[in-house]
Design a protein around this ligand. Structure first.
Ligand SMILES: [Zn+2]
Ligand SMILES: [Zn+2]
Length: 412
């Protein structure tokens, strides 16, 4: 054993450097055993104060999300938001350290946040049972320091990627299968992004959904990838470690993938090429804050936007809304006003012929159009969203107030 690193890693004693801890606190030679973070502070560059100030959004509270939340609790990241749309099933228990048998049927995000709070009460946890695409305003993406993706589908990854790019927030993604895994770090605006790496096959898989626009999520093969808890643990840990470096302003490898093959124990890093014509690379300027929330109408928004833009104005909708479904056979039709991704087959099936209706979708609202008097919430705009409004010559960006916003619950 003449590799110095091997010897070093065997050593039980802390690797003490002479000098002060990076945050200028007490000498690392004096260990305060009552301080939860005393061992972490021994790491020369570690800044507990930066971690305490940091805000992280965790998207997904499944196998990866559990591991990520556990680690964020251990290191004392100050504020954690966690969103997941599912509830706990017994089959989750083999891969989710924060769940118990008695939690069956409860929202994953709620239970994960509660248990993480038990691990570290210093952390402020906010959870939501919902869908990152429809329920999280862009403002939150702007407010957090890092987004950590613990996702099982391309659609949500692509969405998170575009949101992060719009507001310049770095994000860490991971994918796992059996005992293999990958972690990717993306830093807008200059690195390659998730979409840069999407292949024709990825787009094809996304289009499976869009070619049949009212196909419900559960009917598409997704999220049932077999994974072992060991790989979730490894990749979740790497995700948090990369987030830790981003929070400390330490160098990361943006636009690259860390790939681990657990069968052969090969670990390598590969640079992901940047595609200049990639559709995700739109970055928004700093938005103008508005005193209205998503309960205000599009008309209210246009009135305020009129102080910055010349009309006629248009509000492009980031989330396609299904306004009506109609039966191609008997002419039955029904008003819906739901985001396309949330329309169920039951919602859209003709009660007479039992046929799937055809959707009519709305992708933009014009000033003075019949949809102008609808609340923004009915147009698929979540609380605290950042909206682009197009005027006759240019566009302007506005941030909605999210005070009193439903959705996020804080763990007491
Ligand atoms: Zn890209
Ligand atoms: Zn019909």
């Amino acid at each position: 054993m003449d590799d110095p690193y091997l010897t070093f890693l065997d050593d039980d004693a802390p690797a003490l450097s002479n000098g002060e801890a990076a945050d200028g606190s007490s000498s690392p030679f004096v260990i305060d055993e009552d301080d939860r973070y005393s061992r972490l502070r021994l790491i020369p560059w570690w800044r507990q104060d930066l971690l305490a100030k940091a805000k992280v959004l965790v998207v997904g509270a499944g196998a990866l999300g559990n591991e990520v939340l556990k680690n964020l609790a251990l290191i004392g990241v100050g504020t954690v938001y966690v969103i997941d749309r599912d509830t706990i099933e017994t089959s989750n228990l083999s891969r989710s350290v924060l769940f118990r048998l008695r939690d069956g049927g409860r929202p994953k995000a709620e239970v994960a946040a509660e248990r993480a709070k038990e691990i570290n009460p210093d952390v402020a946890y906010h959870w939501m049972r919902g869908d990152v695409i429809n329920d999280v305003g862009l403002g939150l993406f702007a407010d957090v320091d890092v987004v950590i993706g613990c996702l099982d589908n391309r659609e949500a990854r692509l969405w998170v990627n575009r949101q992060c790019w719009k507001v310049g927030t770095p994000w860490v993604d991971s994918g796992i299968q059996e005992i293999q895994g990958v972690v990717k770090v993306f830093v807008p605006p200059d690195s390659s992004c998730y979409e840069c790496t999407m292949t024709a096959r990825d787009y094809q898989l996304l289009n499976v959904r869009y070619s049949c626009p009212l196909l419900r999520r559960e009917q598409i093969l997704e999220g049932k990838v077999p994974t072992a808890p060991t790989i979730a643990s490894m990749m979740g840990a790497l995700e948090v470690q990369e987030a830790l470096k981003l929070i400390h302003g330490m160098p990361v490898a943006p636009g690259s993938a860390l790939v681990f093959n657990g069968v052969t124990n090969q670990f390598y890093r590969t640079k992901l090429p940047r595609r200049e014509d990639c559709l995700s690379h739109e970055t928004y300027p700093e938005p103008t804050p508005l005193a209205i929330g998503n309960g205000a109408t599009a008309h209210d928004l246009f009135t305020l936007a009129g102080q910055h833009l010349e009309g006629p104005m248009t509000l492009p909708l980031e989330r396609d809304m299904v306004t009506t479904v109609s039966c191609p056979t008997c002419g039955w039709s029904k008003e819906l006003h739901q985001p396309r991704t949330q329309v169920t087959t039951a919602d859209a099936t003709c009660p007479v012929c039992n046929e799937l209706g055809r959707p009519e979708t709305l992708s933009a609202v014009d000033q003075g159009s019949p949809f102008d008097d609808r609340p923004l919430s009915m147009l698929g705009v979540p609380p605290g969203d950042i909206l682009r409004v197009d005027g006759s010559h240019e566009s302007a960006f506005f941030r909605l107030d999210d005070r009193g916003a439903f959705g996020w619950t804080t763990v007491e």
